[in-house]
Design a protein around this ligand. Structure first.
Ligand SMILES: [Zn+2]
Ligand SMILES: [Zn+2]
Ligand SMILES: [Zn+2]
Ligand SMILES: [Zn+2]
Ligand SMILES: [Zn+2]
Ligand SMILES: [Zn+2]
Ligand SMILES: [Zn+2]
Ligand SMILES: [Zn+2]
Length: 1849
């Protein structure tokens, strides 16, 4: 029955079945079932395409499927867009409208919505996504597009049951069919590529079926709800899938079902069918071993896999695992995957098949259905662990990750849904467990601290999981759900979760440990560090920031407390596990301390926002001490790395140091570390802290008063730098307020200022450099209003400028003057610099500012800044500034600097002063009291008694005992006791003078605390010996202890240093001695800018202001007549250094002089070579023409350096670049540039370009006239002509040849091809490819032309004719002529053959002839274009500078003379005499010659001039011009006559006739016009033309003025070319004039017009006429030529006769203002050739052609489309806009370069590859520059970075 149905017509079958079904007797349904059994037979009896057809027809129930679709769509009640896209789709994101940061819109919804002025951007989707329009959970309703804003389900009628009846019956079977396919096709991949291919095949087979489902989802809400019902119904699934029902083919079904079970098993989620759930659970309960992927699920499998893992790592991580067993508290998370509906099994297979794109799209397309969305989300969560497990094993984890996130983002971005699955499905537990499970797979034993007894495990950053970032989908989901308040709350409230999470974080604590190499350089630089930083940032820090955003208010205090508690627990565990006692292991550092940082950041939040008491959150002192160790170790290591102490570890360690501080990491790394150290410093004993710092930086031994010392820990070469590091660290620690009281505003401002001070920044760089995420902008997204306001407050915008010949600049932000003045903070700069040079750069810029504003002219010191007030919780920090240890260090350093000890530096002094000043600005409150107490202390001799810096400053240290080598100078000195007058006091002092041992101090303190904690004091004694052992480690017997007499206080040292810095004795004189009131009046902070002297003065002033005693002290010191201290010791070493420096300086000066000389020689050409813009720059370099006529031109050879004339034997040549050009061919008639089309309606037609017009003309001519004659009537080269340009440098041609030889042998990689003759000018490096020989000047005198005593026109005509008879004489063969020959070859090969051969017989000499004079024509025309299209500027134009036209004309002329124009065809005769016009039509078969009136007069001129013997006399030139002008004038009038209407023509004909008898009638335009009309009428030419032309132009009313004007315009182009030619041939300067006078000026320049007539005669065009014979007769003859042949081509007469020589200047297409206009139209436009949407679309900016860049689709014979087009459109030059990148590339021959972009954003920046996606606007200046480079053919010279394209673009 069913089988018979199969053969029937589908549509009618469907119709009848539908009718049966609706009868409700069940028969129809049964029939349908039977039919489906056979159609959907799992044995694949029916072809898949047929199956699809059947399904469609049946569902449509008799309608056509398309109609059915339309009907269903009518009931679409969806209010969401939900459009699903895949990778690379262009979508939009609007931050103003978005609620979730993941919100995205399709282009259609975006454009239809209202987002003007919003903060939006376009982006290319990476992982795919879906449109959120209409979803108010994700975005604000105001941003919905019109379609989705008003869509409500209320106005949609409900769906008639009858319509959906068939689908309802059919769809379950279709889905079952799909499931069966999936089951059948699956085999475990087994890392066997064959099975993978099988999977692909299965997927391919299923594609039509999934496509069908996808189509169904697009039918809208009605169909989606049916699908949802089918997919989620448990009963349907049970009926169809459980393996014992329905389909009848039981055997198959069973087998099929078994495959499914195997797959379930094979995935490791279910062990076997037999094992019952309960038994598994029992086993679990008793199991000591713990499986991560929980509990019941896969005990059997997990066990074995665990064993495997443990085999490899020998029980590593056992401890952790034990902990995990406690944390996996809820085993129900890990239920066996048990599928209860289609959707679940479908997702299972989707995962198994690793997320096939089609399936993903289908599943996502269903999301607009709300109940589906919930069901699907639950299913997704149910499979979450399985998904991630599959991901880890996947071979293509990248693709899979993208697909996973594509789905999960849609589900988890919705808060309500996320909350629901968190509560119902334990999403959080699952995620954290899976994260733990993932990381467990790659744990190794930590080697930190105690390698032997370390029980800590860390992730191995070399594992693929970390290296490839495979964990990111999971982490990104986790961060995503934590962004929802309700979910985060659940997390923070659940202690079990928190504990698990801390375990997870501890896996990263101490990872990627670095050990300093002390001997050998590492062989292999480990590249694991990036994985480590990425892991900490993404897996630890990002979730932390997510959680922190929910701990912002007092009400959330409890959360913070809990986190802090678990954090401390984890830290304690960690210290235990790494077996940490009190000292960090030497030469080790890890940059990864996420636990420390969690603790620090939650503390910061607690104090800042939640008003928690800091002390209640702090651990005991011992723990604080431990916590400070590792962050401090990092700070010291940073300094070591910068001091090159880690060089043997390779470059990567520097990379780590930089990454640690750089903007993307600093908020999560260095800032929390510094903050934690600040907390420790504020609570720990300050002496302990300070001595720890110096010990960690290994500079303790350096801090001795002795001039020599031995450092056990550090090489001398590193001491200075490490000391600087230690001091700088202290200054940062005490100055930084990021977490200690600054507001968000202040932080953002400080960050911005620091970045801007380092360097001017573009908007996007700055955005990128400002640390994101936490404090400054918490809640504020970059690019927002907030950022902009701040930016405009601190910076000025510098608009982008274009430097001619230089690089293109972008819009930059630079600090305001006030910022330099008041806010520039070197400490912040140092903190944020990745490269040390950035600090220098900031200081240089600061110096520039001070100089410019006259604030300070020397080299300034970093300015001292007052700090924001400290949050009271951290007040303890300032105790650091008031502790004896620090003061001893400061005193020692001041002393050492004043004594010129080794390894001191200005930087050290600067930091010391900074610390003193910080101390003065942060005096403890009990100052006065203390001062009283220690008032009498001035005579005391030990180190300091008090801790207040204000007191200690004036405390005098008399004696100090030091250990020092016996060789030290202090030792030889006699004991102070013998010289000292007060022996008794010395004796007393020596007892109290101390050995300066910080370390001993530190040890003691630490031990004290430990003891205090452990309650036993006995241990103290035990430690002591250890300490003393340490202080004198390798102490050698040469060391001795000496007592130094010091007798200084810090104040006296400061004043000494003032003298020292200023280089003057007693330079410091406190001004308040005169006026005691002034101390209080003067604000020391006004003296901020200056050097060390300024700083000392400021400190002394502050000191005096803070304490009366200090003031007296200073006065006393200054009043004391200082004993004559010997002037600054300049020991021999210093002297040597000085001498050396002096010598160096002298050598530099000498060198400078030499360079200057050399430079001045080069300068003249460098300027001309590089500067195309400046018209006012020096002399013209027109070679040969500016020379005195009687002296021979002398050329310098740039290779051998000799000078001399160019001779026949040893010719000199110009360095030239020959390039094919189609620039002129792209000119158009209209002066309005063509617009780039941006819609299908707009089009560009090439017909109206100059190139096409000339092509048409020559083809027309060739159709009717003799070929050789045709080839003399036009010019070619408008497209693909050869343009010759020179840099102006000359060289001997033989020198050039040897130069080329040397280039060829040069092994260096050239960016050009030497074999093609390419080279760069040896002098100016400009690109060139040939040498143009210079014509030797004949010594014969040039006749000085005078128009007044010239011969008569007739005589001259005769002479010209005679000279032409001499043609065809071969010149003698010389070196010169050979070179001329070879350059002609170069010229010919510079362009493609198709641009040379226009004749009908290829290779005929006529072709060559045409090509050669066309080269001359093209170069003249181009020069004219470069001069702006007219000659009004005269000789002053800069473009003449490096013209080589004169030389070029000589070379061309030499060649042209080899051709003989048959005198019978010589146009000269017909131009000057009356000849018998043969009746062409009858004579021979041969076609007639081209009538003179059809010919191009400029071409004729070049033919005549170039075929005349050189040197051409000027009178002959003038004669030729005059004769040709007559013809031109006649052509002009003839053309004009065609523009008249019939009536006008008749009127002008008659009025002219009347004037024929006047005198001078042959110069009357009326007479000539009338005559021409008369003559041409004979051929009935006008009647042919009257149709089109008149209607168009007939509206003009022709007046004498407009006729005059029109003729003038017609003649001008000829006059211009001719004048240029004359200028180059004879060298006389072109005069300049106004635009309106150009005609007259040129006419008289050419000798057509007597100078006296030039200025006052308005009507001068006819006055230029000079007829050799009767004008009317000659004209009649010319007209006759036309009329006799006209009949053969009556169609074309008008086209040929009516010429229009005027073209507007070449220009590129006009671009739209907004880049989006281009992008929207072109990024999805299909190519006309391959009709596909190209991956890399590009656009020719010359002609608008759209091409597939790099596309294989449009490749022709190994040429990709872009290259091909550059050849056809620009003869090898192409300018393309890359649509997807907004960048322009230039193709020039074999090479290409990236030019840059002409579109900039509002901040004047490019956006290459549209990464930021901000709106871009046309920068017309840049576009002009591009156009200019195109027109002047200077791409090769200006752009520097060329590379070969291998035809692959
Ligand atoms: Zn949309
Ligand atoms: Zn929309
Ligand atoms: Zn918006
Ligand atoms: Zn030479
Ligand atoms: Zn040069
Ligand atoms: Zn083009
Ligand atoms: Zn194409
Ligand atoms: Zn293509």
């Amino acid at each position: 029955m069913a089988a018979s149905l199969l053969g029937r017509d589908k549509r009618s079958t469907a119709a009848s079945l539908k009718a049966e079904c609706s009868r409700q007797d069940g028969r129809g349904v049964q029939l349908l079932g039977e039919l489906l059994d056979s159609v959907l037979s799992p044995e694949r009896a029916v072809a898949e395409a047929e199956v699809i057809e059947w399904c469609k027809s049946l569902m449509a129930g008799g309608e056509s499927f398309d109609d059915f679709c339309k009907m269903v769509r009518g009931y679409d009640n969806a209010t969401l867009c939900g459009l699903v896209w895949t990778a690379n789709f262009v979508a939009y994101r609007c931050r103003t409208c978005g609620i979730s940061p993941c919100m995205s819109l399709c282009a259609e919804c975006f454009n239809a919505g209202e987002h003007t002025g919003h903060d939006f951007n376009m982006f290319r989707s990476q992982a795919g996504g879906a449109c959120d329009c209409g979803d108010s959970n994700v975005m604000r309703e105001s941003g919905f597009c019109k379609r989705h804003r008003f869509a409500t389900s209320s106005n949609i009628p409900s769906v008639p049951n009858e319509l959906m009846m068939m689908p309802e019956h059919i769809l379950p079977r279709v889905i079952l069919h799909l499931i069966q396919h999936l089951r059948d096709g699956y085999n475990e991949p087994d890392s066997d590529p064959a099975t993978e291919r099988d999977l692909q095949k299965t997927l391919q087979q299923m594609e039509p079926l999934i496509s069908l489902l996808e189509d169904l989802t697009k039918m809208g809400g009605a169909m989606r709800s049916i699908l949802t019902r089918v997919l989620t119904n448990h009963q349907i699934y049970k009926d169809l899938c459980s393996g014992d029902l329905c389909t009848g083919e039981k055997a198959y079904t069973k087998k099929n079902y078994e495959k499914y079970l195997t797959a379930l098993k094979g995935s490791g989620l279910v062990s076997s069918e037999e094992r019952s759930v309960t038994s598994v659970l029992d086993q679990m309960a008793g199991a000591s071993n713990v499986t991560i992927l929980g509990a019941t699920a896969g005990t059997g499998q997990m066990d074995s896999s665990d064993e495997e893992e443990q085999d490899g790592s020998q029980g590593v991580g056992k401890r952790k695992r034990v902990k995990l067993s406690n944390s996996t508290k809820d085993s129900s998370i890990m239920d066996i995957l048990k599928h209860k509906c289609f959707l679940e099994e479908l997702l299972f297979w989707t995962v198994k098949y690793e997320f096939p794109q089609k399936m993903v799209t289908f599943l996502l397309n269903m999301l607009p259905d709300q109940s589906y969305k919930i069901a699907f989300t639950k299913t997704f969560v149910q499979h979450y662990a399985f998904i991630m497990k599959t991901l880890i094993k996947s071979h293509e984890s990248d693709t899979m990750s993208n697909r996973i996130v594509h789905i999960s983002v849609q589900l988890f971005s919705n808060e309500e849904l996320a909350r629901q699955v968190t509560e119902e499905c334990q999403l959080l537990e699952i995620m954290v467990t899976v994260l733990l499970y993932m990381m467990e797979s790659c744990l190794i034993k930590s080697e930190l601290q105690d390698e032997e007894n370390n029980f800590h495990v860390v992730v191995n950053c070399g594992e693929p999981l970390l290296k490839n970032n495979t964990y990111w989908p999971l982490v990104s989901d986790f961060i995503n759900i934590l962004s929802h308040q309700s979910v985060a709350k659940r997390f923070l409230e659940d202690q079990g979760l928190l504990q698990m999470w801390m375990n997870f974080v501890s896996f990263f604590q101490g990872m990627n440990l670095n050990k300093r190499e002390l001997n050998e350089h590492v062989e292999f630089e480990s590249q694991t560090y990036y994985a480590a930083f990425a892991a900490e940032l993404e897996a630890c820090a990002q979730p932390m920031w997510g959680l922190l955003t929910h701990c912002k208010i007092r009400e959330t205090q409890e959360y913070t407390r809990t986190v802090v508690r678990y954090c401390l627990d984890a830290l304690q565990d960690w210290f235990d596990a790494i077996n940490f006692v009190d000292e960090p292991a030497p030469n080790q550092v890890t940059f990864h301390l996420p636990l420390h940082r969690y603790y620090a950041m939650f503390l910061s939040k607690a104090i800042r926002c939640q008003q928690l008491d800091l002390d209640s959150l702090l651990p005991d002192q011992e723990m604080l001490m431990k916590m400070m160790v590792h962050p401090l170790q990092i700070q010291a290591s940073l300094s070591e790395i910068h001091s090159n102490m880690w060089v043997r570890n390779g470059l990567q360690i520097k990379g780590q140091a930089m990454t640690y501080v750089q903007s993307h990491f600093c908020n999560s790394m260095i800032d929390p570390d510094i903050f934690l150290l600040q907390i420790c410093a504020s609570r720990l004993d300050p002496d302990y802290f300070v001595s720890s710092v110096f010990e960690r930086f290994k500079v303790v031994d350096l801090l001795t008063m002795a001039s020599q010392h031995q450092n056990a820990a550090l090489d001398t070469e590193h001491e200075r730098s490490m000391l600087e590091g230690a001091l700088t660290f202290l200054v940062i620690l005490l100055s930084l307020r990021i977490h200690l009281g600054m507001s968000d505003d202040e932080i953002l401002r400080a960050e911005m200022v620091a970045q801007l001070c380092m360097s001017d920044r573009t908007h996007s760089t700055l955005l990128d450099l400002i640390p994101e995420n936490p404090n400054p902008k918490s809640g504020i997204i970059p690019g927002s209003y907030y950022f902009e306001t701040m930016l405009s407050a601190v910076a000025d915008f510098k608009a982008p400028v274009f430097e001619p010949g230089g690089s293109m600049q972008q819009g930059m932000y630079t600090p305001k003057a006030d910022v330099w003045n008041q806010e520039f903070d070197p400490i912040m700069v140092i903190l944020r610099t990745v490269y040390r040079r950035d600090v220098q750069s900031a200081m240089d810029r600061y110096m520039g500012f001070l100089k410019q504003t006259g604030k300070f002219s020397g080299t300034p010191w970093p300015p001292y800044r007052e700090r924001a007030p400290l949050n009271p919780s951290y007040k303890g920090l300032m105790r650091i500034l008031h502790c004896k240890t620090l003061h001893i260090v400061l005193f020692t350093l001041l002393y050492k600097i004043s004594m010129d000890h080794q390894n001191m530096s200005e930087h050290v002094l600067c930091m010391v002063l900074n610390l003193i000043e910080l101390g003065l600005d942060n005096l403890p409150e009990e100052t006065a009291e203390e001062e009283e107490m220690f008032g009498e202390e001035r005579c005391s001799d030990s180190w300091f008694h008090g801790t207040n810096i204000a007191t200690n400053l004036h405390h005098i240290i008399n004696y100090v005992r030091v250990r020092l080598p016996e060789t030290a100078p202090e030792v030889t000195r006699e004991a102070p006791a013998s010289t000292s007058s007060d022996t008794s006091s010395f004796m007393q002092n020596s007892n109290t003078a101390q050995v300066f041992s910080l370390v001993a101090e530190r040890r003691r303190k630490f031990q004290e605390i430990i003891n205090r904690n452990s309650g036993s004091a006995i241990q103290t004694a035990a430690v002591r010996p250890k300490t003393s052992k340490w202080t004198a480690p390798n102490s050698t017997p040469q060391f001795t202890t000496t007592i130094l007499e010091i007798r200084e206080s810090m104040l006296s040292l400061l004043i000494k240093l003032h003298h020292k810095l200023s280089g003057k004795q007693n330079s410091y004189y406190p001004f308040w001695l005169e006026d005691s009131e002034s101390t209080s009046r003067l604000d020391p902070m006004q003296q901020i800018h200056g050097d060390g002297i300024t700083a000392i003065e400021r400190i002394l002033l502050k000191t005096a202001a803070r304490s009366r005693q200090n003031k007296c002290s200073i006065e006393e010191i200054c009043r004391k007549v200082a004993p004559p201290v010997p002037p600054k010791k300049s020991n021999s070493a210093d002297k040597k250094a000085l001498d050396k420096e002096e010598r160096r300086q002298k050598a530099r000066e000498r060198q400078q002089k030499l360079l200057a000389e050399f430079a001045s020689r080069q300068k003249s050409f460098m300027e001309t070579a590089m500067d195309f813009e400046s018209p006012d720059s020096d002399v013209a370099m027109d070679v040969g023409s500016t020379e005195q006529p009687d002296s021979e031109t002398v050329y310098d050879c740039v290779i051998c350096g000799q000078s001399g004339p160019s001779t026949e034997e040893r010719p000199t040549g110009l360095v030239v670049l020959l390039q094919a050009s189609s620039v002129l061919g792209h000119r158009r008639r209209s002066t309005e540039p063509k617009k780039l089309p941006t819609s299908d309606e707009e089009q560009i037609y090439p017909e109206d370009t100059c190139g096409t017009a000339h092509d048409v003309r020559i083809t027309d001519l060739q159709q009717y006239f003799k070929d050789s004659s045709c080839l003399q009537s036009v010019s070619i080269g408008w497209e693909g002509g050869v343009y010759v340009q020179t840099c102006g440098h000359t060289l001997h041609i033989d020198c050039h040849k040897s130069y080329m030889e040397s280039l060829r042998n040069d092994q260096m990689l050239q960016s050009f091809s030497v074999d093609k003759g390419e080279f760069t000018c040896p002098l100016c490096r400009q690109f060139a490819n040939s040498v143009l020989p210079c014509h030797p000047e004949k010594s014969e005198e040039k006749s000085i032309w005078s128009p007044y005593n010239s011969k008569s026109l007739l005589t001259l005509i005769k002479e010209v004719e005679e000279q032409q008879e001499q043609l065809g004489m071969f010149p003698p063969i010389t070196n010169l002529s050979k070179e001329m020959e070879s350059v002609m070859k170069d010229i010919r090969s510079a362009t493609q053959k198709k641009y040379i051969d226009y004749g009908k017989t290829p290779g005929s000499p006529d072709n060559d002839f045409l090509f050669m004079y066309s080269v001359a024509r093209l170069n003249l025309e181009l020069e004219l274009v470069h001069r702006g299209g007219n000659l009004c500027l005269g000789g002053a134009s800069a473009t003449t500078k490096r013209s080589c036209l004169n030389q070029l004309l000589h070379v061309l002329a030499m060649h042209m003379r080899l051709f003989r124009i048959d005198s019978a065809y010589n146009p000269w005769t017909r131009l000057t005499q009356l000849t018998q016009v043969t009746d062409y039509g009858i004579c021979d078969d041969e076609k007639p010659e081209v009538p003179l009136l059809y010919r191009d007069v400029s071409s004729l001129l070049l033919i005549l001039v170039l075929t005349m013997p050189q040197e051409l006399h000027k009178e002959h030139f003038t004669c030729i011009v005059k004769v040709l002008y007559n013809l031109l004038y006649t052509q002009a009038v003839a053309t004009l006559s065609f523009r008249f209407s019939e009536e006008e023509r008749a009127a002008w004909k008659n009025s002219g006739k009347l004037k024929q008898t006047m005198c001078n009638s042959d110069k009357s335009w009326e007479v000539l016009l009338s005559h021409i009309i008369c003559e041409l009428s004979k051929g009935r030419l006008y009647s042919a033309s009257n149709t089109g032309q008149v209607s168009m132009l007939g509206t003009n009313i022709w007046s004498p003025q407009s006729i005059e004007y029109s003729i003038q315009q017609f003649c001008l182009p000829f006059l211009r070319i001719t004048s240029l030619l004359q200028h180059h041939l004879f060298g006389d300067d072109l005069p300049s004039c106004q635009r309106t006078e150009e005609f007259g000026m040129l006419a008289s320049y050419l000798g057509l017009l007597l100078p006296c007539l030039q200025s006052n005669d308005e009507f001068c065009i006819s006055a230029c006429l000079d007829w050799p014979i009767a004008a009317l007769d000659l004209i009649s003859q010319w007209c006759l030529e036309v009329t006799t042949s006209a009949e053969s081509h009556s169609e074309q007469v008008t086209n040929l006769l009516v010429q229009d020589p005027q073209w507007s200047l070449p220009c590129l297409l006009q671009l739209p203002e907004n880049y989006n206009t281009i992008f929207q139209y072109y990024h999805r436009k299909a190519c006309v050739h391959c009709s596909k949407v190209p991956k890399d679309p590009a656009l020719c900016l010359v002609c608008g052609t759209f091409v597939c860049l790099k596309g294989q689709c449009c490749k022709q014979q190994s040429y990709c489309e872009c290259v091909l087009h550059s050849q056809n459109c620009g003869a090898g030059t192409g300018i393309f806009l890359l649509i997807n990148a907004s960048v322009i590339i230039i193709i020039r021959g074999q090479r290409f370069c990236l030019w840059g972009s002409v579109y900039l954003d509002t901040h004047g920046e490019e956006d290459r590859d549209l990464r930021r996606g901000k709106p871009l606007y046309l920068c017309s200046e840049r576009y002009k520059v591009l156009e200019q480079q195109w027109v002047t053919h200077t791409f090769d010279h200006i752009n520097k970075r060329w590379g070969p394209h291998y035809n692959g673009l």
